[in-house]
Ligand binder design. Structure first.
Ligand code: CTP
Ligand code: MG
Length: 235
């Protein structure tokens, strides 16, 4: 019997948003009546191939329990995150160990990335179901890239093969868990899931995604996502 693999979303939401500098963590800032975190997960709730969503939260999170995040179809769960994003993701993966088979899929998506589209999520799942390693949403670099020494340009980097990595990043459950554990054991810094797979010698795919899928990192990004979300609401 060929049972369809399960798909769980993991939402690292345990950061404090230091660079935005708001009095609340950036994922809980409200835009158009909903928090950034709620915007970030809305596509997962609408996708029939997603079975569950697990949020990694800060140990002292005071905000998540006040949100109305539930669904009759999709399981929702939480876990305490760690000191780094990678540790938060690993905590969620470890928590899912009893529920997921090695070949089930996880899609890791930043709580601070509120402009994911349904079309991009569908495209990512289609490609990753069909390949062996998994992949990530990303976009080719459009700007000329400069290497800078102090404040002086030392070199122009060939941007032909340079892409910007977004989330979600979708991988088979045990491949990702093993890769993150190995990178951490070896004290290698990983800033996204793909870099953990790269570290263990695997080659994730890039899936060309919408450039509006930005991560809120500074206050400037808040203005940008406000405009993007409001223009989507009005269309
Ligand atoms: N994150 C997490 N656990 C951490 C750090 C970050 O789950 N220990 C999450 C954040 O909540 C965010 C995502 O990972 O959804 C991307 O991280 P980043 O943009 O760096 O968010 P923060 O760490 O909150 O921001 P800053 O680095 O400015 O403090
Ligand atoms: Mg951070």
């Amino acid at each position: 019997m060929n049972i369809a693999p399960k798909c769980w979303a993991i939402i690292p939401a345990a950061g404090i948003g230091e660079r935005v500098g708001s009095h609340i963590p950036k994922q809980y800032i409200q835009i158009a009546g909903k928090t950034i975190l709620e915007h970030a997960v809305s596509c997962f709730f609408q996708n029939s191939r997603i079975n569950g969503i697990i949020f990694a939260l800060h140990a002292h999170d005071e905000y998540f329990s006040q949100l109305d995040i539930k669904s009759s179809r999709i399981k929702v769960d939480t876990v305490i995150g760690g000191a780094t994003r990678a540790q938060s993701v690993l905590n969620a993966l470890n928590y899912l160990k009893n529920d997921l088979h090695a070949d089930d899929f996880v899609l890791v998506h930043d709580a601070a990335r509120p402009c994911l589209t349904n079309a991009d999520l569908e495209k990512l799942i289609d490609v990753c179901f069909a390949n062996k390693v998994g992949g990530i949403l990303a976009a080719p670099m459009r700007d000329t890239i400069k290497q800078v020494d102090g404040k002086l340009i030392s070199n122009t980097v060939d941007r032909d093969n340079i892409w910007r990595a977004f989330t979600p990043q979708m991988f088979k459950f045990e491949i990702l868990r093993g890769a993150i554990k190995k990178a951490m054991q070896d004290d290698v810094q990983i800033t996204d899931e793909a870099s953990a797979l790269e570290y263990v010698g695997l080659t994730p795919a890039v899936i060309n995604g919408n450039v509006h899928n930005i991560k809120v990192t500074t206050q400037e990004d808040i203005f940008l996502v406000e405009m993007l979300i409001q223009s989507k609401d009005n269309s």
